[in-house]
Design a protein around this ligand. Structure first.
Ligand SMILES: Nc1ncnc2c1ncn2[C@@H]1O[C@H](COP(=O)(O)OP(=O)(O)O)[C@@H](O)[C@H]1O
Ligand SMILES: [Mg+2]
Length: 292
C-alpha cells in the first residue's frame, strides 16, 4: 500500500523543500522503502538542487504539460526516485493533473513525498488534492503561525485535514511560540520539533540530503523519529527509552500518528471489500503491523 505525503505551507523559506528531501532520503535509506519525491513548486522549483539534479532533461513541468510520461521524468539520487522541476519556466502546465499522473505509478512506491509551492493557487491545491496525508512546516513565530493556520483552513475546506505540524528552525525557545500554544491555536498536533541546525548550510552546498550528509545531526535524528512513526516503528533508542520521562509532547503525538496511520492503512473494512475472510478456509489472521 502506497502513501502520498504532502509537505505544505503558504510561506516560503520555512523548510518545506529541505524537509521533503530529508524525509524521502531517510525513508529510502534507513527504512529501505521505495520512495518517489516530487517537486510540485511549479513557479519556483528547487528540489532538484537539494538532490544533486542540476540540469534535468525531463521534469514535472513536462509531465504536467503532457510532453512527457511521468516514468521518463524520474531521476535516481541517493536511493530516491526524484521528479524535479524545470528551472526554466514552462508555460501550459496544468498543476491539477498532478494527482492523476501520480496515480499511474503510485503502486510502485511505498511513499510518495510532494514538496509543495507556497503559492495560494492551483499549485498548492494540486499537492493538497494529490496527498493522503498533509504536514504543514512552520517556524515558531506569529507571522508563520498565521500562515500555517490559513494553510490548515484551505486544506480542511478541501476535505484534507492536516495530519501534523513540523516545527522547524527552532532557535531560541525563550522568544518563540511553544508547542502547546501552536497546538491550541491550530488544533493540529506538532509531530516534530527541529532545531535551527548548521548542517543545513553544508548539506545544501553539497546538494546532499541531510540524513545522507550527516545521519547523526540533530536535524536527521528528529526527522528520523517522524519517519519512524510513518513506518510504524516505535522509538527504539535505548537511551531515549531509558529517559522516557523526558519525552516531549511531540513524542506522544508521533505515537498517536503512528497508530492512526496504521489503523487507516490496515483498515479491516477496506480489506473486507477486497476479500470476505469469513469465507476463507483458514484461521483469522492476527494483524499486528508496525508493532515489531
Ligand atoms: N532546521 C533548519 N536549520 C537551519 N536552516 C534551515 C533549516 N531548515 C531549513 N533551513 C534553510 O532554510 C532555507 C529555506 O529552506 P527551504 O527548504 O528552501 O524552505 P521552503 O521550501 O519552505 O521555501 C534553506 O537555506 C535551508 O537550508
Ligand atoms: Mg521550497
Amino acid at each position: 500500500m502506497s502513501r502520498t505525503i504532502g509537505i505544505i505551507s503558504i510561506k516560503g523559506g520555512v523548510g518545506k523543500t529541505t524537509v521533503s528531501a530529508a524525509l524521502a532520503a531517510d525513508l529510502a535509506n534507513r527504512h529501505n522503502k521505495k520512495v518517489l519525491l516530487i517537486d510540485a513548486n511549479l513557479s519556483a522549483p528547487n528540489l532538484g538542487l537539494h538532490m544533486d539534479i542540476v540540469s534535468p532533461e525531463k521534469t514535472i513541468h513536462h509531465v504536467l504539460s503532457g510532453k512527457s510520461k511521468i516514468e521518463h521524468a524520474i531521476h535516481s539520487r541517493y536511493g530516491v526516485d526524484v521528479i524535479p522541476g524545470s528551472y526554466v519556466y514552462e508555460k501550459n502546465v496544468n498543476p491539477l493533473k498532478l494527482k492523476a499522473r501520480i496515480k499511474e505509478i503510485k503502486d510502485n512506491y511505498d511513499f510518495i513525498v510532494i514538496d509543495s509551492s507556497p503559492s495560494m493557487n492551483d499549485e498548492i491545491l494540486s499537492t493538497i488534492l494529490a496527498s493522503d496525508n498533509l504536514f504543514v512546516v512552520s517556524t515558531p513565530d506569529y507571522p508563520t503561525l498565521s500562515c500555517s493556520l490559513r494553510a490548515a483552513k484551505i486544506a480542511k475546506q478541501r476535505g484534507k485535514p492536516i495530519t501534523g505540524i513540523i516545527l522547524n528552525k527552532i532557535r531560541n525557545p525563550k522568544f518563540e511560540l511553544e508547542l502547546e500554544e501552536i497546538e491550541r491555536a491550530s488544533g493540529i498536533p506538532v509531530v516534530a520539533r527541529i532545531r535551527d541546525d548548521n548542517v543545513n548550510v553544508k548539506a545544501l552546498f553539497t546538494r546532499i540530503p541531510i540524513p545522507v550528509y550527516d545521519k547523526n545531526s540533530a536535524f536527521s535524528k528528529e526527522l528520523g523519529r517522524l519517519a519512524n512513526a510513518l513506518c510504524g516503528k516505535n522509538e527504539t533508542s535505548f537511551w531515549r527509552k531509558l529517559f522516557s520521562f523526558n519525552f516531549g509532547k511531540e513524542e506522544v503525538n508521533r505515537q498517536i500518528l503512528q497508530e492512526k496511520l496504521y489503523e487507516s492503512i490496515f483498515d479491516e473494512k477496506k480489506r473486507d471489500e477486497v476479500v470476505d475472510i469469513t469465507k476463507l478456509d483458514m484461521p483469522k489472521p492476527s494483524f499486528n503491523f508496525g508493532k515489531d
